[in-house]
Write a protein that binds this ligand. Sequence first.
Ligand code: ZN
Length: 217
Amino acid sequence: MFDAHSHFASPDALVCSADALLPSGPALRRGIGALAGGIGLDDATAVLIEKALKADPSLMVGEVGLDRRFTDRVPAAVQRDFLRRSCSLARFYGRPVILHCVRMYGELLSVIREFPDVRFMVHGFSGSEETGRELVRNGVLVSLRPGFPARLEGWVRSCPGKWVAESDFTGTDAALYNEVLVEHYRRLAGLLGTDTDRLEEICRGASEVFADFQTAR
Ligand SMILES: [Zn+2]
């Protein structure tokens, strides 16, 4: 089942890292990234990411982003500078970017607007409906994880094709992974009044820029 963001290897998932290591195992497409709380957002980490992008033309940038929970340890300005640097690499190497954000959507949007030529996905979206609309207006694909806030359900109903489904799974249990993803698709398909197969088709279509389904399947 198509999965727009995962840390668990699956041939149908966009599999990302947050520690500047290459994800291993099967994936529809891989991303390499770094987040505050995982690894230092410094020159050495940026060099690791650039080396990996150079070596593998299919690699995406991600996940990278901004996280309010870690600003006491990694100041917002440091997180923002590293995010900008990552977006510059994505622009230079022509790669899409998978973004992570916790309670810093205003700052995130201002960075996104600096890179109008880069394709962005915001994974694990947990902002407001208004932020959701603003991301879509800026051409950003929004990805929803299991347990996304119920207050977003109205927005979800209002714009099928503008959001996709992800597991954001970090475990190792394949059966649990499938269960979580199927259950998530059921909830989302229910909101649209459609079935999970049709929803999966919509999500694949919306994610085309982020994964070359032609060659991967
Ligand atoms: Zn993630």
